[in-house]
Design a protein around this ligand. Structure first.
Ligand code: AGP
Length: 629
């Protein structure tokens, strides 16, 4: 999830020649910085060559660099803010990446899945690499095609080279390229990653979303899958990857610049809830092959050590801890390894039993939560193996762990965690399947089936998001409620806890999650006339009699006057007689249900808090990353 900007202008043709390429690109990067802030860089074409500057860290570091080492004026340029996936957030790994003897500059958003084989091919041709990134491989491939196959552009130029390069690339990518030999052109390509064109007067723009150019134009063209666009100051040409002409969808942006950064949503939280199909898809991308074999290439840990593990302890806080509770069910089911989930701030004070056969899995969106970091440090001191599931490349917890499995949810700006939660669960599933594959607990065929079910989840989340009107209306009607309870069983129990936490932290009302079976052991005393209770119901297709027991729980509270708000699987008619409202989610295997049943509860909390007029992105008393113990 990186921020990308491209620009080509024409001093004479522009409505008001007040800005050059660098002005436009830096303004766009400022607006796109929320998409990634590990590093930033720009490249311009001027005086027959490419000039480029790039720095790790926030955009301000790049601005300081440009202050010290300014670029020449130019009307053609590209810029990038990085959310690191391959290779840590260093100067070397920052974009743009150069090729063709420094005459070509490329920036990229996404993951090139076959970068390793392409890199070997290029190394064999004598190409040298300066970074660890998949992007530099794409740049080198493009440069090799432009220089050698197309004879330096004599046979079709940068556009043709991009078409041929994209025919070789697998994965998700938005690429932008400029070349010193074609100073008035930016060429871009997209597959499974966003790119829009901005149409100006005597100038044209490219952006990963409209906030990249909204200060200059509101006329935009949305590009389709597997398309290439070539922009000059007065032309926009679109083709497919094989050169056949294509047409983009023109539209006018009616958002104000501030809301453009939120993708047109009212808040980052709403945007991030709607980012969830992509967050899950990106976390799955490139981590298994067609045979259903898992490839967690950044999980650099000796498989022999993982085979000897006889206990797993998951360490996390808050929402991340609830992801850990879901992970427990999946890991124990697939790997048959005893798995404990510990609140990190409690862990080291209970004198835990930890040794070299203990695997500690920390889960953290920020990678900076001090409670979790201190617990990981303690576990390492006790000799445990440590793996971090984290959303922030290069942050402290992954750096201090033996291995890391990154979630690819992109930056999560809202304090209340949503897309990171679903990405954490997804990564935990992948890790559990990887352990099971390594230890031979389940066959490749079974893993392939689970992966197939996981790959259907993004579309199922989208279906829930697209049918949330009734739920949102209910939430608005409940904005004055003083208490909401949440019940769940099995993997529905952590979902109930998370639903309660969301409501607490953004609507500031009492909310409590219970294991449904625990109700009769005390909490049912809380039930009185009109008490709203969400119940997360297991699949009726699941094993045991879990479903019928939870339906009985609904009857018990209904009989005592509760408002029963039920989350159930499509087709589950058994709940209807006892539910005031039923919100259905698409069918999916029981272990994967949290990826779906969580979404209505996120939307409910968002809508109720919004109805109270609260700032859902920056709730009172909270911080996005709790870096104190
Ligand atoms: C979740 O909505 C909260 N913001 C909070 O519970 C958060 O999950 C917790 O502080 C852990 O943060 P981390 O994932 O960055 O470690």
């Amino acid at each position: 999830m990186c921020g990308i900007v491209g620009y080509v202008g024409n001093a004479s043709g522009r409505a008001n020649a007040t800005h050059g390429a660098l002005d436009v690109v830096l303004e766009g990067l400022r607006r796109l910085e929320y998409r990634g802030y590990d590093s930033a860089g720009v490249a311009v074409v001027a005086e027959g060559s490419i000039s480029s500057r790039k720095k790790s860290g926030k955009l301000s570091n790049l601005l300081d660099e440009l202050e010290e080492h300014p670029l020449p004026g130019s009307l053609t340029g590209i810029g990038h803010t990085r959310w690191a996936t391959h290779g840590g957030p260093t100067d070397r790994n920052a974009h743009p990446h150069l090729a063709d003897g420094g005459k070509l500059a490329v920036i990229h958003n996404g993951i090139i899945e076959n970068f390793a084989e392409l890199k070997q091919e290029l190394l064999a041709k004598g190409v040298e690499f300066a970074s660890e990134t998949d992007t530099e491989v794409a740049a080198a491939l493009l440069g090799d095609i432009f220089r050698n196959k197309l004879k330096g552009g004599a046979d079709g130029g940068l556009t043709k080279a991009m078409q041929l390069a994209c025919q070789r690339l697998e994965g998700a990518f938005t690429l932008l390229a400029v070349h010193a030999d074609q100073p008035d052109v930016v060429v871009a390509a997209r597959r499974n990653s966003p790119l829009v064109v901005g149409l100006g007067e005597g100038e044209n723009f490219l952006g990963s979303d409209v906030s990249g150019f909204i200060d200059y134009t509101r006329k935009a063209v949305e590009l389709g899958q597997d398309q290439i666009v070539t922009i000059t100051s007065d032309s926009v040409d679109i083709t497919d990857f094989f050169g056949a002409p294509a047409v983009g969808k023109e539209y006018t942006v009616d958002w104000d610049p501030a809301s453009a950064e939120k993708g047109g949503y009212a808040s980052f939280m709403e945007k991030e809830i709607h980012d969830q199909p992509d967050a899950v898809a990106q976390t799955l991308l490139g981590r298994s092959d067609a045979r259903g074999h898992l490839i967690l290439d950044e999980l650099r840990i000796d498989p022999q050590l993982l085979k000897q593990v006889d206990k797993i302890i998951v360490l996390a806080c808050g929402t991340a801890a609830y992801a850990g509770l879901v992970a427990k069910y999946a890991i124990e089911n697939w790997c048959r390894i005893p798995t404990e989930v510990e609140l990190a701030h409690e862990f080291r004070y209970r004198d835990p039993i930890v040794n070299s056969k203990t695997l500690v899995v920390s889960i953290s969106q920020s990678g900076e939560t001090m409670d979790t970091l201190m617990a990981v440090r303690y576990a390492r001191e006790q000799g445990a193996l440590t793996v971090s599931i984290c959303n922030t490349n290069g942050s402290t917890i992954p750096r201090e762990s033996d291995a890391v499995l990154y979630t690819h949810a992109g930056p999560e700006i809202a304090v209340a965690s949503t897309k990171a939660f679903l990405a954490q669960i997804t990564a935990a599933y992948l890790f559990g399947l990887y352990l099971a594959q390594l230890r031979g607990n389940i066959f490749t065929g079974q893993i392939k089936d689970v992966l197939a079910d996981l790959n259907k989840i993004p579309a199922k989340i989208q279906k829930i998001l697209d049918s949330s009107t009734e739920l949102r209306e209910l939430a608005r009607s409940m904005k004055d409620e003083k208490s909401v309870l949440f019940l769940g069983r099995h993997v529905g129990y952590p979902v109930a806890l998370e639903g309660a936490l969301k409501l607490k932290e953004i609507a500031y009302i009492h909310a409590e999650g219970f294991a449904a079976g625990e109700l009769k052991h005390g909490p049912i005393a809380l039930i009185e006339e009109g008490q709203p209770v969400f119940v997360v119901v297991p699949s009726p297709r699941g094993r045991d009699s879990l479903h019928s027991k939870v339906v009985s729980n609904i009857q018990e509270i209904r009989a005592r006057g509760a408002r029963t708000l039920v989350i159930a699987e499509e087709g589950d008619e058994a709940v209807r007689d006892y539910a005031e409202h039923v919100f259905y989610v698409p069918e999916t295997p029981t272990l994967l249900m949290p990826l779906l049943t969580t979404v209505p509860l996120q939307l409910f909390a968002l809508e109720l808090a919004s109805g109270k007029g609260y700032d859902v992105d920056q709730p009172r008393n909270l911080a996005k990353s709790v870096t104190v113990e």
